[in-house]
Design a protein around this ligand. Sequence first.
Ligand SMILES: O=C(CCCCNC(=O)Nc1ccc(S(=O)(=O)N2CCN(c3cc(Cl)cc(C(F)(F)F)c3)CC2)cc1)NO
Ligand SMILES: [Mn+2]
Length: 240
Amino acid sequence: MTTLVIADLHLNEQEPAITAGFLRFIQEQAVHASQLYILGDFFDYWIGDDDPAPLHKTVADALKALSECGVKIFFIHGNRDFLLGKRYAKQCGMTLLPQTQIIEAEGQRILILHGDTLCTDDTDYQHYRKRVHTKWIQRLFLWLPLSVRLKIAKKMRAGSQSANQQKTQAIMDVNQNAVIDTFRQYKTQWMIHGHTHRPAVHDLRIDGETHFRGVLGAWHSQGSAFKITPDDISLIFFPF
Ligand SMILES: O=C(CCCCNC(=O)Nc1ccc(S(=O)(=O)N2CCN(c3cc(Cl)cc(C(F)(F)F)c3)CC2)cc1)NO
Ligand SMILES: [Mn+2]
């Protein structure tokens, strides 16, 4: 059987082609898999499970139908959709996982994570991340009226877009020491993450052992996934 891993679709109402591509991926590929892991930035923004955006229902219905076909669906939060909650996950028939998780997929032990926690050179982002991952701040934000949250989100999305333009490509990529520390901590041969939008499979030698860091591609103009079978882990691309 096959396990599929995706991330960084950045689904949003303004990009119906990506949503169509995702629905096609569900119909043509995910329906034949045993498990589907979604490693964050699945939505381009998320301000609470009470957001009535029609896109959320379209996606939840498709994932729920997939889970009812027997495909197990798991979700790890990204820096965009870190507020996606249990209520919405239940509507999708998917299980929320902690930010870093070892999975057993088709007999392979793989560490999965969104990838933003590896970008330790981006200190501004890491400070911001610490704040918005504080429980009481999340409760306060979710308590605000939806209209206020929408306004804040609009401002912050614009803000982070311009902030990213100022940052060098280097600090927005993973920090090699953070990668090595993570491999040493979790002791898996493979890790798969998203976030950087730089799809590739990197091999690295640590303490005389070969490790592989798989990076998922963002769904800008085509789909991207890791396909895991009992004897292979490969990065695939496919048209929407
Ligand atoms: O994305 C990349 C490259 C950029 C990587 C770093 N940039 C980045 O992540 N930006 C970003 C992420 C999410 C959104 S948001 O619109 O979804 N939304 C905004 C308001 N959020 C909030 C939550 C809490 Cl608890 C508290 C507050 C408070 F207190 F500030 F008001 C606000 C909830 C989430 C907007 C911008 N690569 O993948
Ligand atoms: Mn991201």
